[in-house]
Design a protein around this ligand. Structure first.
Ligand code: FES
Ligand code: FES
Length: 176
């Protein structure tokens, strides 16, 4: 299943669930730690749990409807959009945010982004890197077409050519 197809499947799953769920998530596994949540209803978007409850503000809000990719994080290794993912659907799955991709910016994707000066305003770039990291985990030698399809995140500054070059550089590094 492509990343985009996974996103659509999660969106459909979320849409089919009841609007009102009263149970609360007590803990969540983020970046390798089990963290306590206080009174967070299951229907709360994961994005707001990460940012407002856990202080992990690297993940950004863009559109809120799974159209831009700014809020992309990994759940059990898959890139998902945290703006449309209810925290109650996470259960015991492992969530990884940009803060957990590496402790010191040493993930090949982060290094390639820095080396290729990818960001302009920077707002979309965390989501771009999380999508790239998940893409390269599945395919460490993506073609231009596969990068085009996999890197669907929107960049309003138009950094797409540098993103493509950075993905290729990270792929090379990951194959070493
Ligand atoms: S904020 Fe989640 S996809 Fe745009
Ligand atoms: S770098 Fe500005 S929106 Fe992508």
């Amino acid at each position: 299943m492509t990343i985009r197809a996974t996103v659509v499947a999660i969106q459909n799953l979320t849409a089919s669930k009841s609007m009102h769920r009263y149970s609360v998530m007590a803990t969540i596994n983020v970046n390798g730690k089990v963290l306590e949540l206080k009174d967070v209803p299951d229907s709360t978007p994961l994005l707001w749990v990460l940012r407002d409850h856990l202080g992990l503000t690297g993940t950004k809000y863009g559109c809120g409807v799974s159209e831009c990719g700014a809020c992309t994080v990994h759940v059990d290794g898959e890139a998902i959009q945290s703006c449309i993912t209810e925290v109650g659907d996470i259960g015991e799955a492992n969530v990884v945010t940009i803060e957990g991709l590496s402790e010191d910016g040493s993930h090949p994707v982060q290094k390639a982004w820095a080396e290729h000066n990818v960001p302009q305003c920077g707002y979309c770039q965390v989501g771009q890197m999380m999508t790239a990291a998940a893409l390269l985990k599945e395919n460490n030698d993506p073609s231009d077409e596969e990068i085009e399809e996999g890197m669907w995140n929107i960049c309003r500054c138009g950094t797409y050519p540098r993103i493509r070059e950075a993905v290729k550089a990270a792929a090379k590094e990951m194959k070493k």
